[in-house]
Structure formats: C-alpha cells, structure tokens
Design a protein around this ligand. Structure first.
Ligand code: ADP
Ligand code: MG
Length: 324
C-alpha cells in the first residue's frame, strides 16, 4: 500500500533523514515511534506530499507522490502536527471547505454528517472552531483527514496536548479507524502505539532502527529481566566476574551505594536463563557475600531507549548470542 525507499532530507548541513525505507501493507496499523527530533514529522510530511525530499521515492497504492501527486494524495488523509484549522469558520463550514479542496465526489451533506458522527463532533457542528476546546479541535482535525474517505490515514502525534480523558477518546477513535483503514500514527509515547498498533517502526536520528510487531516487543519486555545486586566486594573485580557469567547482559555499577564495602550493580539476564545460582557461587567462591539480589523488571521505556541507543538491538537477542 505504501512504499518508502531511501528517503533523504537535509536542512542545510543537518540531515533530518539519512536513509529511511519501509513498506506498509493494506490494513496495517503502524506506529511510527521516536524521540523528539527523530524525523517523524519530516517523514510524514514527505509521505503526504507536503514536503519534498532530497532523494528517495514514495508510492501510495502504486502512485508516485512526485510523478502523480493528485492520485497519491487522494489516497491519504493527513492530520499534521499543527492541524490547519480555520478558526473563524464553523465546524460544518470548515469541513465543507475541505470537501471542496479535496474535490470530493461523495454526497456532500451526508458524507460530512457521517464523518462528524464517526469523530463525535455532531453536537458542535454549528460552533465556531475558535470556541472549541483543544480536544474538540483535535477531533475536527481528524475529521478533515477523513473527508473523502481515504484508504490511508496518517496522524502526526494526534494526542499531544490533550488531557487524559481526551487521549483515551482519541485512542479509541484511532482503534476504530484502524479496522477500516491503513493507519500510520506517529508518537513519542510508547504505550500509546502499544495500545493501538500492530507494528512499530522506530526511528532515531533520521534512521529506522527497528521494525517489529507489537507482540514481539511486548514479549521481549515480558521475557527480559533486570536485576539489582548488592555485594560486599571490590567494585571493579565484582563487575568483571559478573560480566563473565553466561546470560548476564549489560552489567553496570549503580550510583546508589550503601557505603562501606557494599556496592550495587544492575544487570539484565537473557530470556530463558536463570543466572542467580551462577552468580551466587561465583561470588561465594571469592568470599564476596551477596547482600541482595532482586528483580526490577523491564518496562517499555527501557526497551525503547535500548532500541534507540543500540541501533535496534533488543536486550535478549543478539547480545545474548554474541556472548556465547
Ligand atoms: P520529530 O517529528 O520526530 O520530532 P522532525 O521531523 O520534526 O522530528 O525533525 C527532524 C529534525 O529536523 C530535527 O533535528 C529538526 O530540528 C530538524 N528540522 C525539522 N524541520 C526543520 C526546518 N524547517 N528547518 C531546519 N531544521 C528542521
Ligand atoms: Mg514531529
């Protein structure tokens, strides 16, 4: 449905996108995830024909965004980071205006009424956009993307600036839309895409660093274990022993020392390996008593940071293999 190949975009000497390629199949709901400044908006603006790239191609349902922009754009409904709302219009006037701009051919009145129903703004149709709350305005932004019933919808950070209740409403709406459309949704909030998307594309510094199914990421989070270890022993030597134990990943000393002889370390264990006995015997052999060993769990944020920092490598996979 969407094919992006080798997109490069620079602003002066700064590369916002170094080399971005991915494909999205019809009906997929894909989260485009990355920290601020990663290149999400730039990619989406190029994808929707709002911004040109230095090089690379985008095709939407076979139509090239540069060679055949009208056809490509007709397939896409876009909610940019700053929705282009005309605040002196009523909701209905504005959607009518968008309808005309898009040269939509569906029955006008019925189509606008239907879109208003879907995004639940029917009750404010005759209000000036200026007088709407942020949550309602965002829904008007979503409504304009849905005018013309495009098969692909692309939303750039649709929940930014909303309160928790509005965020839940918008997420529910996105989930509903995902049943009938191909959806690309950008966010810097991991649980957001986890709740909605089938697949996650993670972007960092203008590159795709990971492309995973949400289930796969969730499994990694469930399987990978983080631990905190307290040992009375010389810090550097303990660290060396710890790092030598098979299945121990990313062992680091922790700043929060108890003082005296006891040092604290954090590490991860590879999925399917129980490293506790090995650690106990290795330390006991050297007469460095263990004062504590507890699981601290891994959350989504950790996995996200690891993906971004380690170029898409997950804690339990390649690192574990490389150690063997
Ligand atoms: P994101 O949406 O992931 O937060 P953006 O795509 O907006 O990231 O930005 C990617 C990078 O490109 C950032 O470093 C940003 O500062 C830079 N950038 C974006 N737009 C412009 C612009 N118009 N001029 C110069 N630099 C820009
Ligand atoms: Mg952005």
């Amino acid at each position: 449905m969407i094919k992006v190949e080798h997109l490069v975009k620079s602003y002066g000497t700064h590369y916002a996108l170094s080399d971005v390629s991915f494909e999205i199949a019809e009906g997929e709901v894909v989260g485009f995830l990355g920290p601020n400044g990663a290149g999400k908006s730039t990619t989406m603006n190029i994808l929707t024909g709002c911004l040109s790239s230095n090089s690379g191609t985008v095709t939407v349902n076979g139509a090239d965004i540069l060679k055949n922009p009208a056809e490509a754009k007709r397939q896409i409904g876009y909610l940019p980071e700053q929705p282009p709302l005309y605040t002196d219009m009523t909701v209905e006037e504005y959607l009518g205006f968008v309808y005309d701009l898009k040269r939509c051919t569906l029955a006008k009145k019925e189509h606008i009424a239907e879109v208003c129903e879907v995004v639940r703004i029917a009750d404010v149709r005759r209000r000036l956009i200026r007088n709407l709350s942020k949550g309602y305005r965002q829904r008007v932004g979503i409504a304009q993307a849905l005018i013309g019933n495009p098969p692909v919808i692309i939303f750039d950070e649709p929940t930014v600036g909303l309160d928790p209740k509005q965020i839940i409403e918008v997420r529910n709406l996105l989930r509903t839309l995902g049943k009938k459309h191909t959806v690309i949704l950008s966010t810097h909030i991991l649980p957001e895409v986890q709740a909605i998307c089938d697949r996650l594309l993670i972007i960092s510094e203008g590159r795709i660093v990971a492309d995973r199914s949400t289930d796969e990421l969730t499994r990694v989070i469930r399987d990978s274990r983080r631990w905190r270890l307290k040992v009375a022993g010389p810090e550097r030597e303990v660290l060396g022993v710890l790092r030598g134990i098979p299945g121990v990943l990313r062992a680091e000393p922790q700043a929060d020392r108890e003082g005296g002889e006891v040092s604290t370390f954090s590490f991860e264990s590879a999925a399917g390996t129980d490293v506790r006995a090995d650690i106990f015997y290795a330390l006991a052999e050297r007469k460095w008593p263990v004062y504590g060993l507890e699981a601290v769990g891994t959350d989504l944020e950790d996995v996200f940071l690891q993906l971004v920092e380690h170029g898409g490598e997950l804690p339990t996979e390649k690192t574990a293999r490389r150690r063997k």
